[in-house]
Design a protein around this ligand. Structure first.
Ligand SMILES: O=C[C@H](O)COP(=O)(O)O
Length: 253
C-alpha cells in the first residue's frame, strides 16, 4: 500500500503563541488517538520551525514552505535547506503556485532548489497544477506534464524516490472551489502515468500524490477515496486543529 499523507501548509498565518497552541492540540490528539496509517506533516512559517521541532512530538513531521537554492552565503533574508535540516525539518514544499506567481519561481530555479533540498537530506513536496484559463482551454494535462518534465523529472531515480507530488489546481486554492473527485482522480492518474514514463512503473506505483485546493473536513473523505489520491496538502483547513484532525482521519480504513 502507498503511503497516506496529510500535510498542512500554514502559509503566512499564525503568531508564535497561536502556532504553539495549534501544534499542542494536534500532538495531544494524535497521542491520545494515534493514526497508524497516515503520515502527518505541518509546514509552519520559518521563525517557528526550531521551537516546534522540539514540541511537535513523534506523530508529526515538520516541513518548511520554501528554501533557498544555495547552501550559505550573502543572501540577506534567505534560509537554506541545510539550515532547515539542522533544526529538524524533514520536508520542504517547492514549486507552490504562490511561489511561482508572486516570487517568479520558474522550473530552472526549482531545479536548483530541489537539488539543494535533497543534498541537505530534505524530502521535497513538489507542487504542480494548472490555472482556470488553462483548464478552460483544455490544456491542463499538457501544462502539468510540462511542469513535471521541466521542474522535477531531471532528478535521478534515487533522488526522485524521496519526492512527494502535490497536485494543486490554482483555481481551487483558497477559493472554496474544490476539484471534483473525478477531476482529481483523472489528473492524479495522469501524473502517475507521467512518473511511469519518466522513471518506471515501480516509481509510479509508490510515489505519493497529494491533492491540494480547498480540501477540507467535509470533502476530504470523498477525495481521499480516489484510487490515485494519497492524501492532501491542506491550506486554510490546516489552521484549525479540529478540521485538520478530521482530514487526517478521512482515509478509508
Ligand atoms: O498548500 C496548500 C494549498 O495551496 C491549498 O490551500 P487551501 O486549502 O487553502 O485551498
Amino acid at each position: 500500500m502507498r503511503r497516506q499523507i496529510v500535510a498542512g501548509n500554514w502559509k503566512m498565518n499564525k503568531t508564535y503563541p497561536e502556532a504553539l497552541a495549534l501544534v499542542n492540540e494536534l500532538a495531544t490528539d494524535l497521542q491520545n488517538n494515534p493514526v497508524s496509517n497516515v503520515e502527518v506533516i505541518v509546514a509552519p512559517p520559518f521563525p517557528y520551525l526550531a521551537a516546534l521541532s522540539d514540541k511537535k512530538g513523534d506523530a508529526i513531521q515538520l516541513s518548511a514552505q520554501n528554501c533557498h537554492q544555495k547552501d550559505s552565503g550573502a543572501f540577506t533574508g534567505e534560509v537554506s535547506a541545510t539550515m532547515l535540516a539542522s533544526v529538524g525539518c524533514e520536508y520542504v514544499i517547492l514549486g507552490h503556485s504562490e511561489r511561482r506567481q508572486y516570487f517568479q519561481e520558474d522550473s530552472m530555479l526549482l531545479e536548483q532548489k530541489l537539488k539543494a533540498a535533497l543534498a541537505a537530506g530534505l524530502k521535497p513536496i513538489f507542487c504542480c497544477g494548472e490555472s482556470l484559463e488553462q483548464r478552460e482551454q483544455e490544456i491542463h494535462f499538457d501544462f502539468v506534464a510540462q511542469q513535471l518534465k521541466d521542474g522535477l523529472f531531471h532528478l535521478s531515480n534515487e533522488e526522485f524516490d524521496k519526492v512527494i507530488i502535490a497536485y494543486e489546481p490554482i483555481w481551487a486554492i483558497g477559493t472554496g472551489r474544490t476539484a471534483s473527485s473525478e477531476q482529481a482522480q483523472e489528473m492524479h492518474e495522469f501524473i502517475r502515468e507521467q512518473v511511469s514514463r519518466a522513471y518506471d512503473a515501480e516509481a509510479a506505483l509508490k510515489t505519493p500524490i497529494l491533492y491540494g485546493g480547498s480540501c477540507n473536513a467535509q470533502n476530504a473523505k470523498e477525495l481521499f477515496a480516489c484510487k490515485d489520491v494519497d492524501g492532501g496538502l491542506i491550506g486554510g483547513a490546516a489552521l484549525k486543529s479540529a478540521d485538520f484532525l478530521t482530514i487526517i482521519r478521512s482515509f478509508q480504513q
